[in-house]
Ligand binder design. Sequence first.
Ligand code: HEM
Ligand code: HEM
Length: 203
Amino acid sequence: NAQGNASAGKTKAASCAGCHGEDGNSTMPAFPKLAGQHQTYLVKQLQAFKSGARLAPMMAPLAAGLDDQTIQELASYYAGNKISTNPAPKLPPSDDDDAPAKTPEQEKAALDALITQGSDLYRNGNISREVSACVACHGPYAEGNKPASFPSLHSQHADYLIKSLTDFKTGARSNNRENMMHMIATKMTDEDIKAVAYYISTM
Ligand code: HEM
Ligand code: HEM
């Protein structure tokens, strides 16, 4: 049963805690939070790491050792936990080394502008570049779509979101169904990716 699965999963998740946090709320921004993610999506990703369909050097050797039952238990455990919200974001350092240092007011204005840009892309997409609106599949609160196994995104680390969108764009991550995310990400600029990732991390 589901409860039995989750409690068996909790015990087995001890070996994941170092990277993903004890309850699936990793504190390190390169490691995705798993807490509150849809169970079917987690199962699909673990199977993809195991088969090699999703390439991830850190996950592959671990997933190789997981049988189907264990994968279900781990996914059930994390899906039943609550994702933690992130602290207020900080503006990423400028790529331009010669750019003059910003005052705190300028920093805040730039961060607000970035998040507004991300929110606009998330809700409306970008017609001129043919970027689909994320809201259509990932939902108004970025809660995802449970029956369709579209992942929940809200409160995920911005750094991980940037990495996954960049990996979809380059094709480094290519197990996505019908290449939906690959098609979308190839139309996104690096600035779009940064803006939408920052916005989603605050949801
Ligand atoms: C990604 C589960 C252990 C590092 C993931 C994802 C899942 C997962 C489901 C995909 C998340 C998503 O798509 O949103 C697990 C489980 C573990 C475990 C069940 C224990 C059996 C670890 C450990 C490390 C690690 C010990 C660090 C050494 C990572 C990294 C990613 C990831 C870096 C992102 C991969 C990428 O960028 O594509 N893990 N994990 N995981 N995990 Fe783990
Ligand atoms: C996965 C972002 C639009 C369907 C993801 C992931 C991110 C993301 C970051 C990976 C989540 C993780 O690793 O935990 C976005 C953004 C969008 C967008 C920013 C808008 C610009 C869409 C749309 C659809 C969609 C319109 C449906 C047509 C999916 C699916 C996956 C996914 C099916 C799972 C792929 C897999 O199994 O690996 N999305 N998404 N997304 N997204 Fe989107």
